[in-house]
Design a protein around this ligand. Structure first.
Ligand SMILES: NC(=O)c1ccc[n+]([C@@H]2O[C@H](COP(=O)([O-])OP(=O)(O)OC[C@H]3O[C@@H](n4cnc5c(N)ncnc54)[C@H](OP(=O)(O)O)[C@@H]3O)[C@@H](O)[C@H]2O)c1
Length: 293
């Protein structure tokens, strides 16, 4: 604590979530001091660099926005995916334990196999379909084993005005294509990374000392096809979208068919009311259009 202010270390802050946290940091400057680091200034896979950083800063909270997020590339780059998503997370959790820091870590709906008709609860059986999901799942365990004082937020289908994501990919394709095939048999919940950043700050501000895994996303579930159709509608695109099956659109990594997560726990424990995904997309589409290349 400095002048009564709590210190928040953010890792991987050049990513989507990190940038969304940067955007709102000033709103919390009365009570918090943020230190934003990126892969150049703090490589989470380097245990001694992590330890040194924590020793200097002694943060009250660490938000881990660093991750290996290339789902398909991970299939042939497993060593790096595990190094960042499992071992890097373990390094942070160890440092958090040593310096009594609360770790807020982010995981994914891809820890589930999607072979279900119900919405997943936090304690449901996990069975990742690919390297990315497995590396994230092992990162969850590594974090909780090293430091039970960890909050893990599993989120899904993340987008924002920053970095690469489905919304920006669609907006780019709409400019050059008249027609697009979009997978219509995979279900999940799009999530605005700006909403995730706000939810993280609600958790920090209402620190109930309640740790463990929580699901956070926008809702209700939709398909990639309906998500793309809404992006087209909101951006005024006349592109023709054709629904296709996952089999017609093969990718290096298999994805869950239905990774819809129940949001009851975070609503109950933190009174966080997730937004409708369509409303959240509508609220931010203009900003995303301004930022997309
Ligand atoms: N994107 C999605 O659709 C999605 C869905 C579900 C869950 N999630 C989870 O949500 C979280 C945030 O995702 P995001 O979309 O914001 O990720 P992102 O945009 O890909 O950003 C990840 C950031 O991590 C940094 N990073 C990579 N290796 C690092 C290292 N060794 N040390 C420090 N920083 C490192 C990257 O920096 P460099 O660019 O310099 O490598 C990048 O800026 C992640 O945990 C992700 O797994 C994402």
């Amino acid at each position: 604590m400095l002048n009564g202010k709590k210190k928040i270390l953010v890792t991987g802050s050049n990513g989507q979530l990190g940038n969304c946290l940067r955007k709102i940091a000033d709103d919390f400057s009365v009570n918090y001091i943020f230190e934003f680091t990126d892969s150049a200034s703090l490589d989470i896979t380097d245990a001694s660099q992590v330890e040194e950083h924590f020793r200097d800063l002694k943060p009250d909270y660490c938000i881990n926005a660093a991750a290996y997020t290339a789902v398909d590339t991970a299939e042939t780059d497993a060593e790096r995916a595990f190094s960042i998503n499992r071992d890097g997370v373990a390094n942070l959790a160890e440092a958090c334990k040593t310096f009594k820091t609360t770790l807020i870590h982010v995981s994914t709906d891809y820890v589930f196999d999607g072979d279900t008709n119900i919405s997943y609860d936090e304690d449901n059986f996990t069975n990742p379909m690919g390297v990315y999901g497995l590396s994230k799942r092992q990162g969850e365990d590594a974090a909780l084993e090293a430091n039970p004082k960890t909050v893990i937020l599993r989120t899904s289908w993340l987008y924002s005005e920053f970095n690469k994501n489905f919304v920006k990919t669609m907006l780019n394709l709409f400019k050059s294509k008249d027609e697009l095939n979009i997978v219509a048999d995979q279900f999940g919940q799009p999530t605005n990374a700006n909403d995730l950043a706000e939810a993280i700050m609600v958790i920090i501000e209402n620190d109930h000392k309640t740790y463990g895994i929580f699901h956070f996303s926008n809702y209700p579930e939709t398909t990639w096809f309906d998500f793309a159709a809404k992006i087209a509608e909101l951006s005024g695109s006349k592109v023709k979208l054709n629904p296709v099956t996952s089999d017609q659109f093969p990718t290096a990594a298999k994805r869950p068919m239905r990774s819809t997560m129940s949001l009851d726990k975070i609503e109950r424990m933190y009174h966080i009311q997730p937004k409708y995904w369509e409303n959240s997309l509508e609220d931010s589409i203009k900003t995303i259009i301004q930022h997309h290349d």
